[in-house]
Write a protein that binds this ligand. Structure first.
Ligand code: 3PG
Length: 214
C-alpha cells in the first residue's frame, strides 16, 4: 500500500503490511542487507529495537541507505530514547508500555507512536493523550485473541497491533479480529539467519508474512 511518508500516522505504520518485524541487531553491518531483504519480501515498516548498543547506528544506516524502508525504533522506554531515535532517523516509535513522558516526547517530536498496553487502564491513559492505535503487549501472555475480543466492546474505537508470542501459526486468528490491523513479531528475522547473513531466508519469511491475512 502506498504511504505518504511525509505525514506518516500510526495507522499508516500499521496498515502497510500484516506484520511489523521486531528486529534485534548486534552488528551494524547487518542492518542494511537485512532491511533490503525485508523490503524485497514486501515488508517495509521495520521496528529496530533499542536493545543493543548498535541499535541507533543501525537505524541511522537503514534511514540513509534503504529509502524504500520506513525504519522505526522499538523498545522506546523514555523521552530520551524517543529523542535519540528521532535523531537517528526513526520515522516511528513503538514502546513496550505507556508513560505520559514517552507520549509527550513523541508528540513533540512528531514521531508516530504505537504505545504498548496490556490493561484497560493503560488503554484509557493512552487514549487520554490522543493515542488510539496501540500495541497489545505481550499479546499471547496477556490474554491473546480473547482479550482483544473483550476489549472490542468498551474500547471499540481502538485499533491494536498484538505483539509478543505471535507466530505464523496464530497470526491469522489475530488478523481476523476487527480491532486488529497488523501484528508484530520477531520470527521474520531469526537470530541465526541474521548472524549467518542468510538474507534469502529473511526475504522468504517476509514474503510469507506479507501474504498473511485473516
Ligand atoms: C519483543 O518485544 O521481543 C516482541 O514482542 C517480539 O516478541 P516475539 O519474539 O514473541 O515475536
Amino acid at each position: 500500500m502506498a504511504v505518504n511518508d511525509d505525514e506518516l500516522t500510526p495507522l499508516d505504520v500499521m496498515r502497510n503490511a500484516p506484520v511489523i518485524p521486531v528486529i534485534v541487531l548486534n552488528d551494524v553491518a547487518h542492518a542494511v542487507p537485512m532491511a533490503r531483504a525485508l523490503v524485497a519480501g514486501g515488508i517495509r515498516m521495520l521496528e529496530v529495537t533499542l536493545r543493543t548498543n548498535v541499535a541507533l547506528a543501525c537505524i541511522e544506516a537503514i534511514a540513509k541507505e534503504v529509502p524504500e524502508a520506513v525504519v522505526g525504533a522499538g523498545t522506546v522506554r523514555s523521552a530520551a530514547d524517543a529523542q535519540a531515535a528521532a535523531l537517528a532517523g526513526s520515522r516511528f516509535a513503538v514502546s513496550p508500555g505507556y508513560t505520559r513522558a514517552v507520549g509527550k516526547a513523541c508528540h513533540e517530536l512528531g514521531l508516530p507512536l504505537l504505545p504498548g498496553v496490556a490493561t484497560g487502564s493503560e488503554i484509557m491513559m493512552a487514549q487520554e493523550d490522543g493515542y488510539t492505535e496501540l500495541k497489545f503487549f505481550p499479546a499471547m501472555q496477556a490474554g491473546g485473541p480473547a482479550m482483544l475480543k473483550a476489549w472490542s466492546g468498551p474500547f471499540g474505537d481502538v485499533k491494536f497491533c498484538p505483539t509478543g508470542g505471535v507466530t505464523p501459526a496464530n497470526a491469522k486468528e489475530f488478523l481476523a479480529l476487527p480491532n486488529v490491523v497488523c501484528v508484530g513479531g520477531s520470527w521474520l528475522t531469526p537470530a541465526d539467519a541474521v548472524a549467518a547473513g542468510d538474507w534469502t531466508r529473511i526475504t522468504q519469511l517476509a514474503l510469507e508474512a506479507a501474504k498473511l491475512s485473516a
